[in-house]
Design a protein around this ligand. Structure first.
Ligand code: PRP
Length: 204
């Protein structure tokens, strides 16, 4: 008996769903830029981006600003024990611009436990900026351990967010929108499972 050939049905991506679309991100960043500009008092601020996840956000945010903005970067390494952050943080690439007397806005992709940001604010405060504020793309309050002050928030969510700078094991930073991962354990077992999203032009 001749059996019909087995058809392989391409797997859709069941592990994640769109959380914030490109249009929502663009719109929210426009609102944040207006809000930040209203709060500035003349002199150009320094947008200090924490590598690596915040680079997409920084790039779009500064382009939404009307006035002059200086940008700089710092990179930190967080010590984790049993997969959990400990709050032990080390600067591995420091700011190059002198921040003393300047209006500084720390640009983060996500505030999760809050430990990294708390460390950064303590460290930067010792350098006597005129003002020190924080702008984060994502605020994820559900896992908060400490509550550093956050001045500007793009989106609030409890989801595990990937895309638009936020990675999963180094992947998906270049996804132009953000997805919420429904099954993190399944993605950990197959970190490439969301790869089809990178090939699809439409997020919805
Ligand atoms: C993210 C983010 C913060 C930190 C926040 O960095 O940029 O630095 O996690 O987490 P916390 O509130 O629990 O301290 P990550 O370690 O993911 O590095 P990356 O941006 O280079 O991916």
């Amino acid at each position: 008996m001749n059996l019909p050939p087995v058809r392989i049905i391409p797997q859709t991506v069941p592990l994640a769903e769109t959380l914030f679309s490109q249009e929502q991100i663009r719109h929210r960043i426009g609102e944040l830029a207006i809000q930040i500009e209203e709060d500035l008092e003349g002199s150009p601020p320094i947008f200090l981006a924490v590598l690596k996840g915040s680079v997409m956000f920084l790039a779009d945010l500064v382009r939404a600003m009307k006035g002059q903005v200086d940008i700089d970067f710092l990179s930190i390494s967080s010590y984790a024990a049993a997969g959990e952050r400990t709050g032990v943080v080390r600067i591995v690439k420091d700011v190059e611009i002198l921040i003393e007397g300047r209006d500084v806005i720390v640009i983060e992709d996500i505030v999760d436990t809050g430990l990294t940001l708390a460390f950064l604010l303590r460290t930067l405060q010792t350098r006597n900026p005129k003002t020190l504020r924080v702008c984060t793309l994502i605020d994820k309050p559900v896992r908060r351990i400490v509550e550093p002050p956050i001045d500007y928030v793009g989106f609030v969510t409890d989801s595990y967010v990937v895309g638009y700078g936020l990675d999963f094991k180094g992947r998906y930073r270049n996804l132009p929108y953000m997805v919420g991962v429904d099954d993190v354990a399944a993605l950990a077992a197959d970190p490439d499972a969301l790869k089809p999203l990178l090939h699809g032009a439409d997020e919805d």
